[in-house]
Design a protein around this ligand. Structure first.
Ligand code: BTN
Length: 244
């Protein structure tokens, strides 16, 4: 399924590189790995800190025969693929935080950033960026604006090359079958790993704030909040535990 694997010592952002590399009709999977990113991108315009040899910076480009609607829930399915890759190395306490963070012991271990390219109506290309902390030095900690976990601390000794291979091994079949299966095939797995299930949470979406009890995700990957007995679906925003 993988047509090309490109390795960089340093790059601005593996997502940015792949977006510019992927051309119309270039066929599907291309992957980029970099030891370091000088301008790693996070969700919502944030930076992603990725110093030299301090984790995994991986982007996978894939072309879908179908409009952007067939990507519904994909970023959550990617979270499941990452959890499965970590499970191959028996990494303990892996959970998912909606929409697509991978947490370990209450802190963020990995993040996913999807970026789209193409006309998005009947064909679209997606770049899936995965950043995972492993071997981050404390000197970097001050630059990260949220509690973070590090794979080396949770489960030392996992070779990064093997982890990168496991990520690709889990992710590529998900992409290959996604237009056919959709998020429905991953929903149960996602719900079993849900960090916030049954917890009182606050959802910040734009300049609005919603409060409710996290009640899993829909077949389309929307967050379900139980708000005084009414189940409401949300398609965007950031959740946090109530009071934090
Ligand atoms: C998030 O904010 O949680 C998403 C972080 C995604 C970071 C990865 S690292 C590889 C790829 N290249 C980027 O510039 N960003 C993604």
């Amino acid at each position: 399924l993988l047509r090309e694997l490109i390795l960089f010592d340093e790059v601005d952002s593996t997502n940015a590189q792949l977006l510019s590399l992927m051309e119309e009709g270039s066929g599907h999977a291309i992957a980029i790995l970099s030891e370091r990113q000088s301008a790693g991108r996070g969700r919502r315009g944030r930076r992603w800190i990725s110093p030299y040899a301090s984790g995994i910076s991986l982007s996978v480009g894939w072309e879908f025969n179908g409009g952007v609607q067939c990507l519904e829930g994909l970023s959550l399915a990617v979270g499941v693929a990452i959890a499965r890759a970590l499970n191959r190395f028996s990494v303990p306490d892996i959970r998912l935080k909606w929409p697509n963070d991978v947490w370990c012991r209450g802190r963020k271990l990995a993040g996913v950033l999807l970026e789209l390219k193409g006309d998005l109506t009947d064909r679209c290309a997606v770049v899936i960026g995965i950043g995972l902390n492993s071997g981050l030095r404390d000197s970097c900690a001050s630059a990260i604006d949220q509690p973070w976990a590090d794979l080396q601390q949770v489960k030392p000794g996992i070779p990064r090359n093997q982890l990168a291979a496991a990520l690709l091994t889990e992710l590529l079949p998900v992409l290959d079958s996604y237009t056919e299966l959709g998020f429905g095939a991953y929903r149960d797995a996602w719900m079993q790993l849900d960090q916030f299930a049954g917890r009182e949470v606050t959802l910040q979406a734009g300049n609005q704030t919603w409060k409710g009890v996290a009640a899993g995700v829909s077949r389309g990957g929307a967050l379900i909040l139980n708000m005084d007995g009414e189940l409401r679906h949300f398609h965007g925003g950031e959740i946090s535990l109530r009071g934090q």
